[in-house]
Design a protein around this ligand. Structure first.
Ligand SMILES: O=C(O)CCC(=O)C(=O)O
Length: 300
């Protein structure tokens, strides 16, 4: 991509996305864009280190933040985060869900300092094994999208099962999900060399059929249906900064898992400083904010 070209999703990309449940775009964002995001995250971490805002760290001395949520909220807001959504992401998001979208979650997955990150296999909104599983998956398909976009090199921490987003879970998939967690016998911190070997054996014993590692570098982005079987897996606790966000079609009311953002977004002057497109994404979230108890994902 040249510096002036905007990333785009072709008809063939879209067909692939609907068929396989994911789509990786290579070098969709310029190095300048990636640098602006890295600088934004560093600034948030610095503010946390200085005690000006609340940030959790994997290693405070090395300014390695833990997972960051809500980076469009006033305390963590950096213009680079909002500009990216307005200038590059919006047309891509809208292509995947077929029209305007609203904000849901906007943050960054993080790992490092050798701390293992071992998620179980899951479907975010799924009902594996339920009699109405397929009906439920079809009901949600196309209503929402999420993405992973690394801003540090050699990102290989998202594992997926392509094309698993619209069919019933198999017994092997349910078995891979339900196995007990790897037992570290009370140990914490980085896995030792012996533990890494034991973990690999443990994982291979009930391996997820058809699993694929999504390998990306800064500038790449993976859109995926969160009902695809997937997991985050970083046994060695390698440094990971992966932007990770979700969006819904605007008519879906704000649900329990994304609730609670009205007050911070309405902080005086906050939305006024956003680029127009980003402000519209937030406004659509506010427009469907429930006055009473929010519904859960299983009720919409
Ligand atoms: O770590 C990842 O890439 C996957 C994240 C994920 O599945 C989640 O947050 O639900």
């Amino acid at each position: 991509m040249t510096t002036t070209q905007k990333p785009a999703i072709s008809a063939a990309d879209l067909a692939f996305y609907h068929d396989q449940g994911y789509l990786v775009l290579r070098q969709a964002f310029t190095p300048a864009r990636v640098k602006s995001l890295v600088d934004g995250v560093k600034r948030v971490a610095e503010l946390g280190r200085e005690g000006k805002i609340q940030v959790s760290f994997l290693d405070k001395e090395k300014t390695l933040p833990a997972r960051l949520g809500n980076i469009l909220h006033p305390d963590r807001y950096q213009p680079a985060f909002a500009d990216w959504l307005a200038e590059d992401l919006a047309p891509l998001i809208e292509a995947t869900i077929g029209g305007p979208a609203r904000h849901s979650l906007y943050g960054m997955l993080a790992a490092g300092a050798g701390e293992p990150y071992l998620q179980g296999w899951h479907r975010d909104l799924g009902k594996p094994g339920a009699p109405d599983e397929v009906e439920y998956l079809k009901h949600h398909h196309g209503r929402f999208v999420q993405f992973n976009a690394p801003i540090q090199p050699d990102d290989h921490f998202l594992h997926i099962v392509p094309a698993s987003h619209l069919r019933a879970s198999t017994p092997a998939e349910i078995k891979a999900q339900n196995r007990p967690a790897f037992d570290r016998q009370g140990k914490t911190g980085p896995l030792s060399a012996d533990e890494l070997i034991a973990l690999e054996k443990w994982d291979a014993a009930d391996a997820m059929p058809g699993a694929m590692i999504v390998r990306m570098n800064p500038g790449d982005i993976a859109f995926y249906n969160a009902n695809l079987w997937h997991r985050g897996w970083n046994a060695k606790g390698l440094t990971r900064w992966t932007m990770h966000s979700a969006f819904w079609k605007p008519e879906y009311p704000v649900m329990a898992h994304e609730h609670g953002q009205r007050e911070p977004m309405l902080t005086p002057g906050h939305m006024a400083r956003m680029p127009r497109v980003t402000r519209e994404y937030i406004q659509r979230y506010l427009d469907v904010y429930p006055e009473g108890k929010p519904k859960t994902l299983y009720e919409v």
